[in-house]
Design a protein around this ligand. Structure first.
Ligand code: NDP
Length: 433
């Protein structure tokens, strides 16, 4: 803590993970001797840079850019770029640290990194976004490469931004290297990337629930969000015979006891770019309420937070337990507060943490890197099939660690341990680097 006194998000993430690693260290004193934990919490490199750009009125603006290259023990740094006013070094380090273990869990050769800027894309014109992205990449391109560091999108960075960033990299380097993932299908993107996180969440959930002797068929699900993750989680859950009864945005939620009509949600969110409120105008069985979907009092079996960080407080977690839900699996990054996670444990709710449950997005990004290296494009079925295998393996590795260390169905600790062990072994093998 003395090194990073002003980094509360990073400290919380690091302490939470380190706490769950105690049983591994007792079993493997060689990790302590080699100070693996000391190295793990120290990024290999943290780059901070100025991003000057010109707004539409001709004013010069300056933002702060970051790329934290946290750990390359098992492969090139991989992790998204976030554009949001809240971005600072602490948040990027927290996300980058989590990414090391998430990427390790996928079983693919990718290290951990994260980046972004405190630029707010929400109120900017298309040309302002382009000028910002070009300036950001003018510096970032010095530090990335297909075998070194391959960034992707995150909050505020979608297909449009990836396109502008990629175009600038190409212009400066004269090469077509796959230095970013999340690209358009016309220039090196992967089929099934759009669906990957939502589908992957349900593949993970299926494996988890099967292991408890149950199935998704006939289960009632409450989901939050109506964005990329939520939409494809709803689709795959319905394909598995579950009934999803909610969807939400930052203003409110819809409740449809007949089950959410996915085509209507897709039309509103993906075509019309409207608000979830409009669902209740189109579907007569649905009601719209302002506020958090976690405060809706109905009986259901599974909670899938797919909106944003810290959306479930301790009190809301108590409501989840009271409503009879037995499972929580996280599509969003860190949607449950520390208090909420404690409630899940106290009430015997089985908890699938983001690091494991939402790793489908980065897994398919790594498959995009493979396709770019091969100069090939795989079919949707091929990528989707690999995604399913990867997610089932992630659950299995977490469950195996849970059994090995006798954690009592603590799949959060299981995921941390399974992700850590691969990285720790690789770090140990490579010596002081
Ligand atoms: P989107 O921007 O597509 O969708 C986010 C959704 O959540 C929107 O419907 C948004 O509503 C809603 N939302 C935002 N804030 C709140 C809030 N306070 N209360 C209720 N709803 C809210 O993002 P994604 O679906 O891509 O990402 C969702 C989460 O999943 C994020 O945490 C992201 O980091 C994580 N994630 C995403 C991956 C991916 O591949 N897309 C991969 C791994 C993690 P509104 O329109 O009002 O903002």
């Amino acid at each position: 803590t003395h090194r990073d006194p002003n980094q509360p998000e990073f400290q919380e993430a690091a302490f939470t993970v380190l706490d769950t690693l105690k049983p591994v260290l007792e079993k493997h004193p060689e990790y302590i001797k080699a100070n693996i934990l000391g190295e793990l919490v120290e990024p290999e490199r943290a780059i901070q840079f100025r991003v000057p750009w010109q707004d539409d009125e001709g004013n010069y603006q300056v933002n702060r850019g970051f790329r934290v290259q946290f750990n390359s023990a098992i492969g090139p740094y991989k992790g998204g770029l976030r554009l949001h006013p809240s971005v600072n070094l602490s948040i990027i380090k927290f996300l980058g640290f989590e990414q090391i273990l998430k990427n390790s869990l996928t079983g693919l050769p990718i290290g951990g990194g994260k980046g972004g800027s405190d630029f707010n894309p929400k109120d900017k014109s298309d040309s302002e976004i382009m000028r910002f992205c070009q300036s950001f990449m003018t510096e970032l391109q010095k530090h990335i490469g297909p075998d070194l560091d391959v960034p992707a999108g995150d909050i505020g960075v979608g297909g449009r931004e990836i396109g502008y960033l990629y175009g600038q990299y190409k212009r400066l380097n004269g090469s077509q290297n796959g230095i970013l993932t999340g690209k358009g299908l016309e220039y090196g993107g992967s089929l099934a990337r759009t669906e990957a996180t939502g589908f992957g969440l349900i593949y993970y959930l299926n494996a988890l629930i099967k292991d408890q002797g149950e199935s998704l068929k006939g289960k009632t699900i409450k989901i939050s969000g109506a964005g990329n993750v939520a939409i494809y989680a709803i689709q795959k859950a319905q394909e598995n015979g579950a009934k999803v009864v909610t969807a939400s945005d930052s203003n409110g939620y819809v409740y449809d006891p007949n089950g959410i009509d996915l085509d209507t949600v897709k039309q509103i969110k993906e075509v019309e770019r409207g608000r979830i409120k409009e669902y209740a105008d189109k579907i007569s069985s649905a009601t719209y309420t302002e506020g958090s979907v976690w405060d809706l009092d109905i009986d259901y079996d599974i909670a899938l937070p797919c909106a944003t960080q810290n959306e479930i407080s301790g009190d809301e977690a108590k409501l989840i337990a009271k409503d009879g839900a037995k499972y929580v699996a996280e599509g969003a990054n860190m949607p449950s507060t520390t208090e909420a996670i404690q409630v899940y444990k106290d009430k015997g709710i089985i908890y699938g943490p983001a690091k494991a449950a939402n790793a489908g997005g980065v897994a398919v990004s790594a498959l995009e890197m493979s396709q770019n290296s091969e100069r090939l494009s795989w079919t949707f079925e091929d990528v989707d099939g690999q995604l399913k295998d990867i997610m089932e393996n992630i659950y299995q590795k977490s469950a195996d660690a849970d059994k090995e260390y006798d954690l009592g169905k603590d799949y959060q600790a299981g995921a941390n341990i399974a992700g850590f062990e691969k990285v720790a072994k690789a770090m140990l093998a490579q010596g002081l680097v």
